[in-house]
Design a protein around this ligand. Structure first.
Ligand code: BJW
Length: 236
């Protein structure tokens, strides 16, 4: 049978072994910071310096040379290069580890930490420095940049392209996400309705684990390369 398109959804768990924190694990980001203080448009309107400082600190962390893509990111790039049909990675992560590993067909549905958005002219620009000190927008010169990330209550990015890919996929794989946050948590349902095979790869069963046809549990650097190797062997 001909190979069918694949959609892969990734979450914070895939980057954990690269040294980045997840959100809802015991040592996760939300254990030390409240969502309401840093990840809503209301928080930014109330206290922009605090929100900027939170993302500035995470951006500095991401740019630490010790933070590198791991074997799971590498395996997905290999899958895209070798699978005979399209492979789309939809990531909830704002890090750039998928692209550093070599993934090209990639949607950052919750935005990108290394980009800023201008509140005055809406231009999106690359950023590698702290925004708290008031960096000017390279397009219009105003000092009204915010992190290019999607906060609670905001519309995730690329939703039309994601829906189209889910409509046409034969396999949906969810990796390293707890299934707490919508609309991403609903993608498995969408794929099932389209009769795609659905697979969860995670450290432990997620909230929606029962919705998947199969699950493989363990660290992403082990279960993802093993799963990709099996898939590539199946298609010869
Ligand atoms: C490992 C591992 C290892 C660990 N190996 N695995 C009531 C009901 C339903 C929905 C709503 C509701 N009220 C409001 C909503 C909507 C809301 C929502 O979902 N709220 C819920 C919390 C209830 N969603 C929104 O507001 C979204 N927008 C929206 O819905 O717009 C309207 C719309 C309607 C219809 C269609 C389309 C749109 C926006 C959500 C924005 C999320 N933003 C954040 C922060 C910004 C980015 C950032 O700062 O980084 O995004 S929140 C945070 O959670 C971040 C993540 O991307 C996101 C998901 O987290 P993730 O990746 O799942 O991480 P964890 O920590 O939860 O899980 C890690 C997993 O990895 C665990 O399972 C571990 O076991 C595993 N793991 N180590 C493998 N080594």
């Amino acid at each position: 049978m001909a190979a069918r398109p694949i959609v892969v959804l990734t979450g914070a768990g895939i980057s954990r072994e690269s040294g980045l924190h997840t959100f809802r694990d015991a040592d996760g980001i939300w254990a030390s910071v409240r969502i309401e203080d840093v990840a809503t448009p209301e928080a930014f309107a109330r206290d922009p310096s605090r929100v900027q400082a939170f993302y500035d600190s995470r951006r500095r962390g991401l740019l630490d040379p010790a933070i590198r893509p791991n074997a799971a990111h590498g395996a997905l790039a290999r899958l895209e290069a070798r699978w005979p049909a399209p492979v789309l990675v939809v990531t909830q992560n704002i890090d750039d580890l998928h692209e550093r590993a070599g993934s090209h067909a990639l949607i950052h549905m919750h935005g990108e930490l290394l980009k800023a958005r201008c509140l005055a002219c809406h231009a999106i620009s690359p950023v590698r420095h702290d925004l708290a000190s008031g960096v000017a927008c390279p397009a219009c010169g105003q000092r009204r940049l915010r992190p290019h990330v999607v906060w609670f209550g905001e519309m995730p990015l690329g939703m039309d392209a994601i829906a189209e890919a889910l409509d046409g996929c034969g396999l949906f794989v969810s990796i390293g996400t707890s299934g707490n946050v919508y609309p991403a948590a609903g993608f498995v349902d969408h794929a099932r309705r389209r009769r795609a095979r659905t697979v969860e790869l995670n450290l432990e069963r997620s909230l929606g684990a029962d919705l998947f046809d199969e699950g493989h549990y363990g660290p992403a650097t082990e279960v993802v390369p093993a799963f990709v190797d099996r898939l590539l062997a199946e298609c010869g």
